[in-house]
Design a protein around this ligand. Structure first.
Ligand code: ATP
Ligand code: MG
Length: 160
């Protein structure tokens, strides 16, 4: 359905910071051995499909857990020029430069030990990118192997 451009978005104005807090709590409850730290979470309204944006946050958080092996996960939000940026950082296995674009492709998974340990289809980031782009936002990654990974996504701030 995604490929055929059939994914339907139900957009409404809502407070992003509440969704972020709710989603972190939900993921934290499923995996209590990982500590998630929400640094800065300013109130910000966005015009978006709340469920789909929640899906993006969930995927980035569960990725951080899957590929980090017992580390802390830092979440942060900054607002600049009518745009909010949310970052999700882990100090896990990292992603090499040549793989950093590929991970957003359909079914792409980095080969390595983790692939055998953690299940997944390689769809999470592909779907996340589609959702964010359809909301006029950007999603990108900064990472260094063995040091860690930060995923960012941006969305326009809703002006009333
Ligand atoms: P799915 O999300 O469909 O269950 P998945 O998590 O493997 O499966 P994606 O979320 O699309 O798929 O991620 C693609 C690949 O990118 C992962 O398989 C992994 O190799 C790499 N990756 C994603 N997030 C991280 C991260 N935080 N640290 C290291 N590698 C990551
Ligand atoms: Mg995933």
């Amino acid at each position: 359905r995604l490929r055929e451009g059939e994914l339907i978005y139900n957009r409404h104005p809502f407070q992003f910071e509440i969704l972020l807090e709710e989603t972190i709590d939900e993921v934290q409850r499923m995996s209590s051995s990982y500590k998630m730290v929400l640094k800065n979470n300013p109130p910000v309204k966005i015009f978006a499909d709340r469920e789909r944006i929640g899906q993006v946050i969930t995927n980035l958080l569960t990725n951080a857990i899957k590929y980090c092996m017992g580390c802390d996960i830092l979440i942060n939000v900054e607002i600049k020029h009518n745009e909010m940026a949310c970052s999700i950082h882990d100090n896990g296995v990292g992603i090499s430069k040549d793989q950093q674009d590929k991970i957003f492709e359909r079914f792409y998974r980095v080969s390595g030990v983790n692939l055998h340990t953690y299940p997944g289809l390689g769809l999470g980031l592909y779907i996340s990118k589609e959702i964010i782009q359809r909301h006029k936002g950007k999603i990108y990654v900064e990472s260094e192997p063995k040091k860690g990974t930060t995923f960012y996504f941006t969305l326009p701030v809703y002006e009333e």
